[in-house]
Design a protein around this ligand. Structure first.
Ligand code: IPM
Ligand code: MG
Length: 364
């Protein structure tokens, strides 16, 4: 199979971790006889600098022609003075998600036993490590509802963001969560704020009905988002598959990542209903940790999130599970062998971005 991939490294640490991850991806494919046809395109601040906008037309076109997008990270101080709607995050990532209807964001939170010390949670609370998945709705809610800022009579200023959800949007993300839970422990936790928000009332009702109608084999439970945020630090190991809406998922997945050691380990897959040339989900794969301007260009960033995102791409957009498993295992072995980038070293000796990636490649 030929994998046609649009590579969008983006800004700050984006290109560094992308450069580190690509040889790992290439090696995993070469072993099994598949070929990679990739092209690299500017996005985010790099898009603004190269073509005057965060998502240049040529970049979007390349994405449309590809089987999948491997994304780095965008944004940073260089473009912070631009009007909010032109900033890299809002003008590149969100339109890409919306354009390709990538409504399902899958974020695995994995803390292997070998990394227990990297978690801020006391080791005795997580003796077996942590292994959960956050399924976040990605194209609805507060992010995409109507927005405005108005100056009122008398001079006060009012800003409005609107949270909107349709039953059909909740049903389709619930289906992704059901499939995920079925492949794991058959437990599904839906997180909402149904004691306050109309959207959450609809969310809870829809998830409940969908699971009852199509997945009676699953155990479904519900939690308010404030309680979920608390339980995630109190007993993270009790979580398995967590389903939630866009904004709550943004917040809880950052919390999840740090509970699991580091944002530098958090990979993600964003998929929708679109299919690629091979009949698998078209998707965008990105580390969820951001562009980290403070450590950019210093060979300090953890490349694992980018490498693990490439593995998610092999799984979801190409059905290459053995190759994805091999990459996951190589990352786990690298960690188990004691290699650490600074974010997960906590004062112990650490290696750089390139060395960490080379260690993963060697184990692969
Ligand atoms: C994420 C990021 C984005 C989001 C930002 C960069 C727009 O925080 O993917 O979690 O809020 O979705
Ligand atoms: Mg986020």
């Amino acid at each position: 199979m030929q994998l046609k991939i649009a590579i969008l490294p983006g800004d700050y640490i984006g290109p560094e971790v992308m450069d580190a991850a690509l040889p790992v991806l290439e090696a995993a494919l070469k072993r099994s006889g598949h070929s990679l046809a990739h092209s690299t395109h500017p996005v985010g601040g790099a898009g603004i600098d190269a073509a005057g906008k965060a998502l240049p037309d040529a970049t979007l076109k390349a994405c449309q022609e590809a089987d999948a997008i491997l994304f780095g990270s965008v944004g940073g101080p260089k473009w912070e003075k631009l009007p909010p709607a032109e900033q890299p995050e809002r003008a590149a990532l969100l339109p890409l998600r919306k354009h390709f209807q990538l409504f399902a964001n899958i974020r695995p939170g994995l803390l292997p036993k070998a990394l227990l010390g990297a978690s801020p949670i006391r080791p005795e609370r997580i003796p077996e490590g942590i292994d959960l998945v956050c399924i976040r709705e990605l194209t609805g809610g507060l992010y995409f509802g109507a927005k405005r800022t108005t100056t009122l009579e008398g001079g006060d200023v009012e800003a409005v963001d609107t949270m909107v959800y349709r039953k059909s949007e909740i049903e389709r993300i619930t289906d992704v969560a059901i499939a995920t839970a079925r492949a794991r422990k058959k437990q599904l936790l839906s997180v909402d704020k149904a004691n306050v928000l109309e959207c959450s009332v609809l969310w809870r009702k829809t998830v409940t009905e969908r699971v009852a109608a199509t997945a009676p084999d699953l155990t479904l439970s519900h939690m308010y988002v404030d309680n979920a945020a608390m339980q995630l630090v109190r007993s993270p190991a009790s979580f398995d598959v967590l389903l939630t809406e866009n904004m709550f998922g943004d917040i809880l997945s950052d919390e999840m990542s740090v509970v699991c050691g580091s944002l530098g380990m958090l990979s993600s897959a964003s998929i929708g209903t679109g299919k690629n040339r091979h009949g698998f989900s078209f998707g965008l794969y990105e580390p969820a940790g951001g562009s980290a301007p403070d450590i950019a260009g210093k060979n300090l960033a953890n490349p694992c999130a980018q490498i693990l995102s490439a593995a998610l791409m092999l799984r979801h957009s190409f059905g290459l599970h053995a190759e994805a498993d091999a990459i996951d295992a190589a990352v786990r072995k690298t960690i188990a062998d004691g290699l650490r980038t600074a974010d997960i070293a906590f004062g112990a000796p650490s290696v750089g971005t390139r060395e960490m990636a080379a260690a993963v490649l060697a184990r692969l």
